[in-house]
Design a protein around this ligand. Structure first.
Ligand SMILES: N[C@@H](CCC(=O)N[C@@H](CS)C(=O)NCC(=O)O)C(=O)O
Length: 140
């Protein structure tokens, strides 16, 4: 069991990106705190004190003193893979740190995901799924 608290709204794309990593690592999260974005819980003072960006996901890892506070789903995913994943490069989620070619291809894929895929897919999911859901819930 890790010493990690995950602050998330599990319905949303950035948190799901991280949940996928957690699932792939088989990592046990000590505490999962759901922060309901549709109720603006991410803008509450106690959340802003932990993450001034007021966005999810973010983590607190109490394996350290002081605890590590980390935001940004991709940064958290890479941290978890490095800190809690296997060192065996045949199963690791990250490239072998000594293999420059593997690192180059990993960085290429990561950049494509960020700039070409997510830039479009995130907007599409918001317009097609999240916005109608919020409008439906508010009776509009
Ligand atoms: N680039 C960040 C973005 C975090 C982010 O924008 N999260 C969204 C959910 S997908 C959020 O919390 N939006 C509410 C807000 O920013 O007010 C990541 O990958 O974690």
């Amino acid at each position: 069991m890790s010493q990690i608290t995950l602050f998330t709204d599990s319905r949303l794309p950035c948190p799901q990106r991280l949940l996928l990593t957690i699932h792939e690592l088989g990592l046990q999260i000590k505490d999962i705190r759901e922060v309901d974005i549709s109720k603006s819980e991410n803008k509450r003072l106690e959340i802003l004190e932990l993450n001034p960006f007021g966005a999810v996901p973010f983590i607190r890892d109490e394996s350290y003193d002081p605890p590590l506070m980390l935001a940004e789903s991709r940064a958290i995913a890479r941290y978890l893979a490095r800190a809690y994943g296997s060192n065996d490069s045949s199963v690791s989620l990250l490239p072998d740190p000594n293999d420059v070619l593997a690192i180059a291809k990993f960085e290429e894929a990561a950049s494509i995901e960020l700039t070409s895929f997510d830039a479009v897919a995130n907007q599409l999911v918001f317009e097609e799924l999240f916005k109608p859901y919020v409008l439906y819930r508010s009776g509009l």
